[in-house]
Design a protein around this ligand. Structure first.
Ligand code: NCD
Length: 331
């Protein structure tokens, strides 16, 4: 297990994660991957007796299941919450729901909400109450999705060196992020982690889904690592990795694209288009996917090109690392 001490109480955003913290997450995730692949004993007692509340106020398949399995593998007790069947439908506020879980003894709250800032608001309240509860943001509105970007980082660095995934492996690599960037908290978190690792991040989308303001996201020192394109080919040219994103129809309040067919013609990732990339290119997608829209079905299922199953597997090890690190931090 990584020896570096972890002092961050909540993981809400990647904006200020330090290089040391990224490395600690990667090393810890690598140790947990070993645990997960070791014969029959896939469990460790690291969080025995701790209570993890999985509070998903917005639909989710993989993130929710992945956090649940990660917490179980660490021997924690889990409380699962779904808004449709909860007292939210009776008018309870989100903060009151959080306080209910606190009263039941929750130690870690994993929170997803359709509005940006909810995990932060709950963290502030938990700190005000001196509760010692730690918060993990599992995706808030259009803001951040730290665990997804960290599992992507673990996936990418593990492809480059399975035995020792580390940041420097991504130095100078070209990574294209293609699709509905405007509505993507995954892209927003990945921009921080990948530029911090020294990768060259090329964003590509129709102008309606990629405002120029994205250039201001990164600090001055990382501005030579972020590039915007309103057409696909310059982003794909010699790319080492291509990360495709779902068209988030449920978050679109206006008509951002003429039609799905036209979008696919201009920005859909196909086997043919990948010929522009580095010959060893690999493709990622955080899921869920619109097959045949942002990526072709055969590409998704191609074990040589697609890292989608690796991302899902990395998700459990990475979330174990995050739960473990904040679970053992000195609160
Ligand atoms: C993403 C999300 O919820 O932001 N999905 C995920 O967590 N795997 C991306 C998306 O919804 O398209």
């Amino acid at each position: 297990m990584a020896t570096t001490t972890w002092t961050r109480r909540h993981i809400l955003s990647l904006i200020d994660l330090t290089l040391g913290e990224y490395e600690t997450v990667l090393q810890t995730a690598a140790s947990f991957r070993e645990v997960l692949s070791s014969g029959r004993t896939k469990k460790v007692p690291a969080l025995q007796g701790q209570v993890v509340a999985n509070m998903f106020f917005e639909p989710s398949t993989r993130t929710r299941s992945s956090f649940e399995l990660a917490a179980k593998r660490l021997s924690a007790d889990i409380l699962n919450f779904s808004p449709g069947t909860s007292s939210l439908t009776k008018g309870e506020t989100i903060l009151d729901t959080a306080k209910t879980y606190l009263a039941m003894g929750a130690d870690i709250m994993v929170i997803r909400h359709q509005q940006a800032g909810v995990p932060q608001a709950i963290a502030t309240e938990m700190d005000r109450l001196n509760s010692g509860v730690t918060i993990l943001n599992a995706g808030d509105g259009l803001h951040q999705h730290p665990s997804q970007a960290l599992l992507d980082l673990f996936t990418l660095t593990s492809v480059l060196d399975p035995d020792n995934p580390r940041l420097e492996l991504l130095e100078g690599k070209k990574i294209a992020i293609v699709g509905d960037i405007l509505h993507s908290r995954v892209a927003r978190s990945n921009i921080y982690s990948l530029t911090a690792a020294g990768a060259k991040v090329h964003l590509a989308a129709p102008a309606t889904l990629l405002p120029k303001a994205f250039l201001q996201m990164v600090a001055q020192k990382h501005q030579d690592k972020l590039f915007l394109h309103w057409e696909l080919n310059p982003a794909l040219q010699d790319a080492d990795f291509v990360m495709t994103l779902r068209l988030q129809k449920e978050r679109m309040t206006a008509n951002f694209i003429p039609s799905l067919r036209e979008y696919h013609q201009l920005f859909g990732i196909t086997r043919d288009r990948l010929k522009l990339c580095n010959p060893n290119v690999r493709v990622l997608h955080p899921g869920p996917t619109n097959r045949g829209v942002e990526i072709t079905s055969d590409l998704m299922d191609d074990p040589h090109l697609s890292l989608i199953p690796n991302q899902v597997a990395s998700g459990v090890a990475t979330r174990m690392a995050l739960l473990y690190l904040i679970g053992i931090s000195d609160r």
